[in-house]
Design a binder for this molecule. Structure first.
Ligand SMILES: [Mg+2]
Length: 366
């Protein structure tokens, strides 16, 4: 079997009626893209989240003619055949999206789901609902505490047992963010898990101060409290707080995670299968983490991430946006099976994605 082509379908979904933001990034519009790897046997691997520039560059030339079942050889070509290999950045994420499409292709070729091919640990994996953004069309958070509470309790009605909210927007301030956390904890009750995400907004001193303010609300984790390259600051937070620090969605490759872990700057490893360099690289990071007794909680959605959690023995929980403000994806690919706080992974081959092909083609025509 040989790879014959790599293509991408990409389109904009236009402006959002209600923009939303985390501590640092305001989202005002949405898009969709799908990468396809074609073969001479008529089997096509697909993943979503890539960009046209990833394919029109050297990636296609490096893969055409290769045997897609040679996972390490394909990854190594994409990584090592760059002019000056670097272990971080957009180039690695681009490899990641193509690597995941290649695993979809491998699964379809071998008639096995990715979670089994990648390791095969369990078919039902814990999932949390990610949301709790600040929202509005102006400078203020129009959602307010009442809107936040309604959103979080709404996730429970969809069967989630763990929910995640944002903190750290300078417009909120520490006291108001602590009040938001208190309100959500009171609303969801003591038995559900509450995850708190800072999105890199703070220095270590601020994060420790806030961590102590909300400790009584029993956060499941405090996520990305400092900028992604502040290993030293994040290590200080890990040492100071009882609350585990989750981090890694902005980290790349086994070498980046080696440094993050060796710095004692992470308790829960959130390697994003796309960002970190694909399933091939994610498995190496999971193995490295297991040697330090650290659990894996992949960032970036359940369609791809649940396969990671289901593959390895140190998989903890996967993120889900399918019932949140980011659910625009549901128009193009059916949501995974989520019920009772778990994703049940498909028996279908590869990623097992069910594409809404008519909607994709209609949008692609513009
Ligand atoms: Mg995050």
């Amino acid at each position: 079997m040989k790879i014959t082509d790599v293509t991408v379908t990409e389109f904009s979904l236009g402006a959002l009626k209600t923009p939303y933001w985390n501590s640092i990034i305001r989202t005002t519009s949405k898009g969709f893209s799908r990468i396809e790897v074609h073969t001479d046997e008529g089997i096509t691997g697909m993943s979503f989240g890539g960009h046209r520039s990833h394919v029109t560059g050297r990636f296609k030339d490096l893969l055409v003619g290769q045997d897609p079942l040679n996972a390490e050889a394909c990854w190594d070509r994409l990584y090592a055949h760059n002019r000056k290999p670097v272990a971080k950045g957009e180039y690695i994420s681009a490899i990641g999206v193509i690597d995941i499409a290649l695993w979809d292709l491998r699964g379809k070729t071998l008639n096995q789901p990715c979670w089994k091919l990648l390791g095969g640990h369990r078919q039902r994996v814990p999932v949390y609902a990610a949301g709790g953004y600040y929202e509005g069309t102006g400078a203020d958070d129009d959602k307010g505490i009442a809107g936040l509470v309604a959103e979080m309790t709404g996730f429970l009605e969809h069967g989630y047992r763990a929910v995640k909210m944002k903190v750290g927007w300078p417009g909120a301030g520490l006291k108001h963010d602590a009040e938001r956390v208190r309100a959500v904890r009171e609303a969801i009750g003591p038995d559900k898990d509450l995850l708190v995400d800072v999105n890199n907004a703070w220095d270590a001193t601020t994060a420790i101060r806030f961590g102590r303010m909300i400790e009584k609300y029993e956060p499941y984790w405090l996520e990305e409290p400092t900028p992604a390259d502040d290993y030293r600051g994040q290590a200080a937070i890990c040492a100071a707080l009882d609350t585990p620090v989750a981090s890694g969605e902005n980290e790349f490759t086994r070498w980046g995670f080696r440094d993050l872990i060796e710095a004692k700057a992470v308790d829960i490893v959130q390697a994003d299968p796309r960002t970190c360099g694909g399933f091939t690289e994610w498995l190496k990071i999971a193995a490295l983490s297991s040697a330090y007794h650290l659990p894996m909680a992949p960032h970036g959605g359940p369609h791809v991430g649940a396969h990671c959690v289901g593959a390895v023995s140190n998989g903890l929980i996967v993120e889900s946006y399918v019932h949140s403000i980011q659910s625009h994806l549901n128009e193009f690919v059916q949501p995974p099976n989520i019920a009772g706080g778990y994703v049940t992974l498909p028996d279908r081959p590869g990623l097992g994605l069910v594409w809404e092909e008519d909607a994709i083609q209609r949008r692609a025509r513009g």
